[in-house]
Design a protein around this ligand. Sequence first.
Ligand SMILES: *Cc1c(COP(=O)(O)O)cnc(C)c1O
Length: 398
Amino acid sequence: MSQKEQINQAEKNLFHVYNRFPVVFDHGEGVHLYDADGKQYLDFASGIGVMAFGYGDQEYKDALKNQIDKITHTSNLYYHQPMISAAKKLCEISGMDKVFFTNSGAEAVEGAIKTAKKYAYLRDGFAGHEIIAMGHSFHGRTVGSLSVTGTEHYREPFLPLMDGVKFAAFNDLESVKEQLTDKTCAIIMETIQGEGGLYPAEESFIKGVRQICDERDILLILDEIQCGMARSGAMFAWQNYGVKPDIMTCAKALGAGVPVGAFVVTDKVAEASLVPGDHGTTYGGNPLVCAAVDKTIDMMQERNLVGHVKDVSGYFEKTLDSFVEEYNFVEGRRGMGLMQGLVVSVPVGDIVRKALDAGLVVLSAGQNVVRFLPPLIIDEKNIDEMAEILHGVLNQWK
Ligand SMILES: *Cc1c(COP(=O)(O)O)cnc(C)c1O
């Protein structure tokens, strides 16, 4: 079947809930993807920030293959070695204390919300607590995670969502204070907003929120699903700021290509919130995905991916800044580490589409941001290659 025939077949059977780009990806090698016709693409999206090591890493593949030969699923009624090992390592790299593995980011956010609600319920002896979330945040598409997502057009058709969520403006401490009540049990935010348009938290803001939480026994939930796992130039983005959450959510690059997430809590939270019977998942953290998490953390540490991201992101930022200088419709750059965006005043969807035609995979964010989430293994040569293709695309608007 040609690519076109495959796409026609796909549209016959797949619920049309995505406007997919007309490409059928077949395989990948390093930082390149290949479609079903053999065309090569430079990947600066990594499956939305998932494929930290790019494609086809032998050590990673071997770890998964070995696990498939042993056992892929047990349910959470029993222990298994990959989960034990992965949880230990996730606590080591985060300095957090207890892990619950999920199948996705949205489910990690659901678990974080339930944990915060239960914590406040046990402390106060009654339910009905509130959560403060941020404008233009993104936490997922399930009803609970959508309830704390601050993008109106994602929410509107599904109202009413979970009750008791109030929205503050990101990086505006006063607006957070305005939403505080005696019932506030948690403040949730991305350390670096991704989908909403690549806004890093300002240090004074995140520290101010931490202080408010400390003063009032409110739990700080930091969503590290996109910005975590070395992408920002620290293993977790909050480590750049000298603050620590009470609950952290992970997913995306946590398993570097298998569906796995986690919510990770401090002992203080674990000892006074969820107990057996409060939460569960059949698949969550099964042996296959935990073998991937375990290997991902090992490889990130052995290869010093945090150091590599720090080294290469300066060059990446400089390269993107040169686009801001060269094109008047490229208005600015935002981001941190290998999570970067260019703010544009021409239709961002057209740029993303034309880049794909030209063999470069990039993403959009918000209304007007070209988003770059390359595999963390990229080098300066890859960045030069990206810049060359992107110049060819952007020159069409010059
Ligand atoms: C992608 C993302 C989610 C949702 O994760 P899924 O695995 O798609 O459910 C939540 N929060 C942030 C910050 C994300 O980037």
